[in-house]
Ligand binder design. Structure first.
Ligand SMILES: Nc1ncnc2c1ncn2[C@@H]1O[C@H](COP(=O)(O)OP(=O)(O)O)[C@@H](O)[C@H]1O
Ligand SMILES: [Mg+2]
Length: 426
């Protein structure tokens, strides 16, 4: 019997997961909650929000869902995996206690310290004066210092402070003005690491790991990493800085040890582990972990992934990943995000999207912020679409992707023109 899958979420990441799951010969039917117009071409979208755990559980029961896949972090923190497991339903993702690896930076930093896993030197504070003193220890040496809130902050809870003034302001904003609410009850003050930043994705069943791929995203809105941070303006896989040697170090010094540490702490980690890493002169160090797939990294990863995603997830959920291997296309995969005018600030909506029918057959378009109205596709979010192409190498992929981007149009559309260029400089 073909399998029924429920994918939770509505962004480009979830579209990419649905797209790949739809290729599985084992999958008969995919539901997405709530999904989006792109996803609707491959799955049945149901009007339940990603945050409504009880309704999702009811839906999964009523429809005999074989496997549920969680896209965003919020339902994980809310314990969706715990609830499904208690109900005897299979679900891919970590429990709430395991997802603290993303949900609490203080938890994670303390865990890394306890188990000797490489990360920036740090201290945890809830008192302003003590935090300032420690920050000054770095700034007095003319070094930058990084100030982070403990909890989830939609990518806005980290300040890389250039000097004492900036550090002090960040500490005040977090601990005194409570700009981040309870997410900032505790803060981390840490050493600023220097190097190339990369992401690494692995799948764990709680004990064994399967490595997927490395990637590099582009957080800032403008070319050459200018302007404010966004949810991500593009990504590509296998950055050249992530050599086979680095990969070995990351797996043996970071990924395996942290999965083992979580097991020892009774926080069995099943799901995707997304490591944010800095490749320093002293080796790779952990910046943070996320407990779910990256957006837009996933959009670049899925078209490059070989094999059956359903079976990979199912094997992880069943705790049988030992000796499982995943293959990724050799060559390049690159994703460019098309954004609405104004994004990442207040942005336009309701602009007609044109040209999607003109893109090449082997180009993949993932929807993030779109809506269908009267048979027209309109923009409906800050990040609207992701354009993904594969190439024999980065130079070819970059050329190809920007050729495809040219075919697409909506009023006020903007995108970075330098996605992947860092990979060429090497
Ligand atoms: N110790 C550090 N040294 C240098 N840069 C850092 C450090 N910690 C964080 N950063 C920078 O800040 C960004 C956001 O920090 P991160 O820990 O990933 O938090 P989040 O993704 O939750 O906002 C990172 O992607 C990195 O560019
Ligand atoms: Mg991050």
């Amino acid at each position: 019997m073909g399998k029924k899958v429920l994918v939770i979420g509505q962004g480009g990441r979830e579209h990419a997961l649905v797209w790949k799951l739809a290729q599985s010969p084992r999958v008969e039917k995919i539901y997405a909650a709530p999904g989006n117009p792109g996803i609707a071409k491959l799955a049945e979208c149901i009007a339940i929000s990603a945050g409504d755990v009880e309704q999702l559980l009811q839906f999964a029961r009523d429809n005999n869902i074989d496997l549920t896949v969680v896209g965003p972090e919020a339902p994980l923190m809310d314990g969706i995996v715990d609830r499904f497991q208690q109900a005897g339903l299979k679900i891919f993702g970590p429990t709430a206690r395991a997802a603290e690896l993303e949900g609490s930076k203080v938890f994670t930093k303390n865990l890394l310290k306890k188990y000797g896993i490489p990360t920036a030197e740090f201290e945890v504070f809830d008192e302003i004066e003590l935090a300032r003193n420690y920050a000054r220890f770095f700034t007095d040496q003319g070094k930058k210092v990084v100030i982070k809130v403990d909890g989830l902050a939609a990518g806005k809870g980290v300040i890389v402070a250039n000097d004492w003034e900036e550090a002090s302001q960040a500490i005040d904003s977090m601990l005194k003005e409570k700009s981040f609410g309870s997410a900032g009850n505790k803060i981390i003050v840490e050493e600023c690491l220097i190097g190339q930043e990369v992401s690494f994705f692995a799948i764990s069943d709680g004990e064994n790991i399967v490595s997927l791929v490395s990637a590099q995203d582009h957080k800032q809105v403008f070319d050459n990493d200018g302007g404010p941070n966004t949810g991500g303006m593009g990504a590509y896989i296998n950055p050249p800085v992530f050599t086979a040697e680095v990969k070995d170090q990351v797996i043996n010094q970071i990924i395996r040890p942290v999965i083992e540490a979580m097991r020892k702490e009774g926080r069995f980690y099943q799901g995707v582990l997304f490591a944010g890493l800095m490749l320093t002169d002293a080796g790779p160090k952990v910046l943070e972990f996320n407990a779910r797939f990256g957006d837009p990294e996933t959009q670049a990863i899925m078209p490059a992934l070989k094999g059956d995603l359903y079976t990979l997830f199912e094997t992880a959920v069943n705790g049988e990943l030992k000796d499982y291997e995943v293959a990724i296309n050799e060559g390049a995969s690159i994703c460019v995000v098309l954004a609405s005018k104004g994004y990442p600030g207040a942005y336009d909506k309701g602009k007609v999207i044109r040209g999607l029918e003109d893109v090449s057959r082997d180009t993949v378009i993932f929807h993030a912020g779109t809506v269908e109205k009267d048979d027209q596709l309109l923009t409906n979010g800050g990040r609207v679409l992701a354009v993904v192409v594969q190439g024999a190498n980065m130079a070819e992929a970059i050329n190809k992707v920007y050729n495809e981007v040219k075919k697409i149009h909506f009023n006020g559309m903007h995108f970075r023109t330098d996605i992947g260029r860092k990979a060429l400089k090497r």
